[in-house]
Design a protein around this ligand. Sequence first.
Ligand code: NAG
Ligand code: NAG
Length: 311
Amino acid sequence: MDRLLFFASNLTLLLSFSFLSGVVESTTFKLVNNCRHTIWPGILTGADRTVLTPTGFTLLSGKSKTLIAPTAWSGRLWARTLCSRDTSGKFSCATADCGSGQVQCAGAGAIPPATLAEFTLNGDQGLDFYDVSLVDGYNLPMLVVPRGGTSGGCSPTGCLVDLNVGCPKALKVALGNTSDGVACKSACEAFGNPEYCCSEGFATPDTCQPSAFSLFFKHACPRSYSYAYDDKTSTFTCTGADYMIIFCPAPYTSEKLLGARREAAELPLVNKTTMYGGRASGGSSSGLVPVQIISCAIAIIAAILMIWPCS
Ligand SMILES: *[C@@H]1O[C@H](CO)[C@@H](O)[C@H](O)[C@H]1NC(C)=O
Ligand SMILES: *[C@@H]1O[C@H](CO)[C@@H](O)[C@H](O)[C@H]1NC(C)=O
């Protein structure tokens, strides 16, 4: 009798699952914390859309969490760092805080500087539009990888470099009197000039040009938005995909993960010049292993191997 009941309920479950999968086409976001430290992702849903919950949560180093996005969802995802509660129980973060006083952001956005992943699902012609934006500054490296897309470019995008190290002094955010940066402001936020903010007389694509500051971001992370009208090289599309959002991705993320089969983007994901030569390649604040140390180790091993036969 029990067994029959078990079978019947399983059958019902099976039937309802196959029914659902035939009708509902849902998009998932898999948020992965590849940083060596805890992060607190925040999510802000756009106006007039079904809210994606939770709006904030704790994600330990090495862990991931998968969320199912409501149909035609639009909004932003980011990660807060260096968060804690004060004696009164108020929660706040050193970077990308949403000011809610709690782990859930509950409708509040990231206070800049913050690296943002932006999505509009099922938009024009059924396409998902996505980008990684440094327009509101930068707080940690982030990679967005579409998986299983059926049409559109479906290119991975993001910023793989730790820009907190190479951040120009005028833009750098540091804690207390330490010199280690925890975030890097946009020129608009740091100086407020209309030409950096693409506001007032500079509010069109023709009048708002890249600045030396926005080019610092663009050169290091060629596919990221570096200023408000950077659309052409920074917005990507895909249909029917799920998205992996990796915080502190390895600077040389494997081709397999990226799904190199469709590389429609004009610009490289990583600027190798910046990675090897620039100060921007090192990274302590985000928990990345400095590239220089690895190159140095390889050079030493190579030197030993070359000397070996002579002795
Ligand atoms: C600032 O630096 C000095 C020494 O360099 C140190 O004694 C002091 O505690 C620091 N202050 C803060 C707020 O970190
Ligand atoms: C890569 O970085 C170098 C040095 O900052 C810059 O001159 C070059 O334009 C960058 N390349 C891309 C594709 O952004």
